[in-house]
Design a protein around this ligand. Structure first.
Ligand SMILES: [Zn+2]
Length: 369
């Protein structure tokens, strides 16, 4: 093999690939090597998965630990979204490095090869495919060439998330990247069906159309690969997903539970200015990092969106949770999609006052077990 072509369909859970909704992938899986035991990393978020796909390492080794990370930029720990366009630069300034392991782009560059990624998900997930600029990364929030050289707008990727934007990205990937530039590593990261899955229940008509659009884009890439390499000896073609997704019937306000349990004062103990009331769940994880100056930090979940998700319904059933997030915020990605549906742990009885204050707030006497 001389080249590798990788397509990631964001959040396309394995059991969503059916002949009805994804006819090409269903057929393609029958005539290809299929890795049935493949599972996402933990935490199973797009950004951690992107770094794992780039490095071949679990988050504990590559160092990108979640959708949110706490870093010390000189004035205490601050909780930051990994998905923001500037997170890569802030992490580098604070810690002196980005990922702790070399990426595919770095490895092939040492051999004189090139890596090009087109990603239609959050900029954080895109940039950590090649955070140190050994190849090219294209994302709607900004595109970069070797050396992290910002590309002019006319060379960038001015598309939107969803099926339309994915279609434009796929067209450019096939014609410009695969046929024209022919890099050693070419990676296309589609936003669907994740983008639609954040707004519509799994199995809904909209979600099924999103799966269909991803399937059609993969078909187009596969046909291009076949045209370039009829024998299949020169191009390794890999299709996968970064994680799955579940429709949930209930969300639990984890931060609210911790505050109700009397842990609000912990912010004074942990001290970081990012560790405010809304970040207590994160602060619990931050403590062990206080000893390292300007160290890259701990992770739990998106600040202010700290909700544990419990599934009570299978795919295609149930209803969307309240306040379902958009794809960029990514907190729904913190769910554990590859685990079977499970029962929520029995909860303590709620007082009338607690019930009226919030759906999931427990009585103050409750303490974590
Ligand atoms: Zn994802």
């Amino acid at each position: 093999m001389k080249r590798a072509v990788i397509v990631i369909c964001d959040s396309l859970r394995a059991d969503l690939i059916t002949p009805r909704d994804a006819p090409f992938l269903s057929e393609f899986g029958q005539r290809s090597a299929r890795f049935a035991n493949h599972a996402s990393v933990f935490p199973s978020t797009t950004r951690t998965s992107a770094a794992s796909i780039a490095t071949g390492c679990l988050p504990a080794r590559h160092g990108l630990l979640g959708n949110t990370m706490a870093i010390d930029e000189g004035d205490g720990l601050v909780c930051l979204s990994v998905g923001k366009p500037d997170f890569r630069d802030r992490l580098h300034r604070a810690t002196g490095r980005t990922l702790h392991r070399p990426t595919l782009a770095e490895r092939v560059s040492r051999q004189g090869g090139t890596a090009i990624a087109i990603s239609n998900v959050s900029p954080g997930a895109a940039y950590f495919l090649d955070p140190d600029g050994f190849g090219w990364v294209y994302n709607p929030a900004g595109s970069f060439g070797p050396g992290r050289r910002a590309l002019p707008a006319e060379e960038g990727l001015a598309i939107s998330k969803g099926a339309d934007g994915d279609g434009v990205a796929t067209e450019r990937f096939c014609e410009e990247v695969l046929r024209g530039r022919a890099p050693a590593i070419a990676l296309l990261w589609l936003s669907e069906p994740d983008y639609t899955g954040h707004h519509a229940p799994l199995g809904s008509p909209a979600h099924r159309r999103a799966i269909g659009s991803a399937d059609e884009n993969v078909r187009r890439v596969a046909e291009t690969v076949t045209a370039l390499d009829p024998t299949g000896d020169n191009i390794l073609f890999v299709v996968g997903s970064d994680h799955g997704m579940e429709t949930v019937a209930e969300t639990i306000d984890l931060d609210g539970l911790l505050i109700a349990a009397g842990l609000e004062g912990c912010r004074d103990i942990f001290g970081g200015r990012g560790c405010t009331q809304r970040h207590i769940g994160l602060a619990l994880f931050c403590r062990s990092y206080r000893g390292s100056r300007r160290g890259g930090g701990a992770v739990s979940r998106n600040p202010g969106l700290g909700r544990a998700h419990f599934c009570r319904s299978g795919p295609g059933r149930g209803r969307s949770p309240d306040g379902f997030p958009d794809a960029d915020r990514g907190d729904a990605e913190a769910r554990q999609p590859h685990q079977p549906a499970r029962r929520a742990r029995p909860q303590p009885r709620r007082t009338r006052r607690a019930r009226t204050q919030g759906r999931h707030r427990l009585r103050p006497a409750w303490r974590p077990r």
